[in-house]
Design a protein around this ligand. Structure first.
Ligand code: T3D
Length: 261
């Protein structure tokens, strides 16, 4: 039996998905994307999950679409089918997951692999990692939410320049431009990712999920719509057990112990 394209592991409240085609720098096939989607659906249904890490096996995070996966890249019709049936669902799942998603970028993130890294809530990269907007080099446009995320994170001038020129960024440049959260020395990367996951697994998970909802909507809302949404989501947060605990812990001058509900 061949090894799975996605490795799934769990430790307490932490879930980890590893893209597992290291011989191809974890390039994305329909099979891998289908498995990724199934794994994300399982985590969405798992009440005990409080944080997800997505990473890559071997020396790369993800080289984007597998350009040898003939069934996916043959022509315009098959590309559209691949994007609609395989890429878009995964991006929607990551953006709507009720737990924080960390992209642990352990090496090159190219094409749709870069888009996947940017779909996460917190993107952390090894200092040696490279973000490669490879699309223009092969005559395609950034997909898997790439045009949305790049413009939102960088502003149109830098997003367009990077996309049209197919530029590569070091992890440090990506941090300086506001594209990702942090670049970490390679030797410290695994420990830093694990520490971040442990910290988020102890956070008020419901409030984080509501924050994610607010930030997702903020990109296309007017100020009035966003103020109304904040009022609604804040009322949900204030009804949570975690808010009661946070308040109590503050008054008792001790660290809060959140249960995620
Ligand atoms: O179908 C649709 O819906 C279209 C959707 C498109 C979305 C996209 O993601 S388009 C963008 C696709 N990705 C790329 O164009 C990147 C292609 N790869 C590269 O440019 C380079 O491999 C990298 C810059 C990413 C890394 O370079 P390097 O020198 O570190 O590694 P390498 O030697 O090029 O790659 C290692 C192996 O992985 C190599 O195989 P080999 O020669 O050892 O047998 C290479 O061919 C393979 N590989 C790397 N990227 C891909 C790939 N194989 C298939 N597809 C890839 N994308």
């Amino acid at each position: 039996m061949s090894e799975a394209d996605i490795l799934v592991s769990a430790e307490g409240a932490i879930r980890r998905l590893t893209l597992n085609r290291p011989q191809r720098l974890n390039a994305l096939t329909r099979s891998l994307l289908g498995q990724l989607s199934d794994a994300l659906a399982d985590i969405a249904a798992d009440d005990t999950a409080r944080v997800l890490i997505i990473s890559g096996a071997g020396r790369g995070f993800c080289a984007g679409q597998d350009l040898t996966d003939k069934g996916a890249v043959e022509d315009g019709r098959t590309c559209r089918d691949t994007v609609e049936r395989f890429y878009n669902p995964v991006v929607r799942q990551i953006r709507s997951l009720n737990v924080p998603v960390i992209a642990a970028v352990n090496g090159i993130a190219a094409g749709a692999g870069m888009s996947l890294a940017l779909a996460a809530d917190i993107t952390l990269a090894q200092e040696s990692a490279v973000f490669d907007l490879a699309f223009a080099r092969i005559g395609l446009i950034p997909d898997a939410g790439g045009t949305y995320q790049l413009q939102r994170l960088l502003g149109p001038a830098r997003a367009m320049g990077l996309a049209m020129l197919g530029e590569k960024l070091t992890a440090r440049e990506a941090v300086e431009m506001g594209l990702i959260w942090r670049a970490v020395p390679d030797a410290d990367f695994t420990a830093e990712v694990d520490a971040l996951a442990v910290r988020l697994a102890k956070a008020p998970t419901l409030a984080l999920a509501l924050m994610k909802k607010a930030f997702n909507a903020g990109g296309h809302h007017s100020l009035e719509q966003q103020l109304a949404l904040e009022a609604e989501l804040q009322s949900q947060a204030a009804d949570s057990e975690d808010f009661q605990e946070g308040l109590k812990a503050f008054l008792e001058k001790r660290p809060a112990s959140f249960k995620g509900m």
